[in-house]
Structures are given as C-alpha cells and as structure tokens.
Ligand binder design. Structure first.
Ligand SMILES: [Zn+2]
Length: 68
C-alpha cells in the first residue's frame, strides 16, 4: 500500500483548501472565492486574484478498497 507523503503534510496544514467542483472542472479559492478553471489538478496552486497559495483537497481514489 502506498501512502503519498504529501497526504500527511496536507492533513496537518491549515484547513483552507481549494474547493474542487469536478463536474464543472473548476476550483474555488477559500480566501476570495475566485473560480479557477482546472485541467489537471496540481498539488497546490496560487490564486491569481489574492496571490495566496493553497493545497487541493485529495480524492481518495488510491485508497479505494478494490479487492485483489
Ligand atoms: Zn484567492
């Protein structure tokens, strides 16, 4: 089982994160509510409006228990 080291880091970080809206493929800045279109999802991104850097919420696609 592989646990990305970044995951633990993010858990301990301040709770402010980009809110990702997958269906519409954009993220919302937790500081100023700016909407930013997403292609791929980087680990963190700086907001173009307020210049603050935030982490992204992680999807738990890697920890989903698919029996092998
Ligand atoms: Zn912002």
């Amino acid at each position: 089982m592989i646990v990305p080291p970044a995951y633990l880091e993010i858990v301990r970080a301040r709770p402010s994160k980009w809110t990702v809206v997958p269906r519409e493929r954009y993220a919302v800045c937790p500081n100023c509510a700016e909407r930013v279109a997403l292609g791929t999802r980087p680990e963190r991104m700086r907001c173009g409006r307020c210049s603050e850097m935030f982490e992204f919420e992680l999807e738990h696609e890697y920890s989903a228990p698919h029996g092998t």
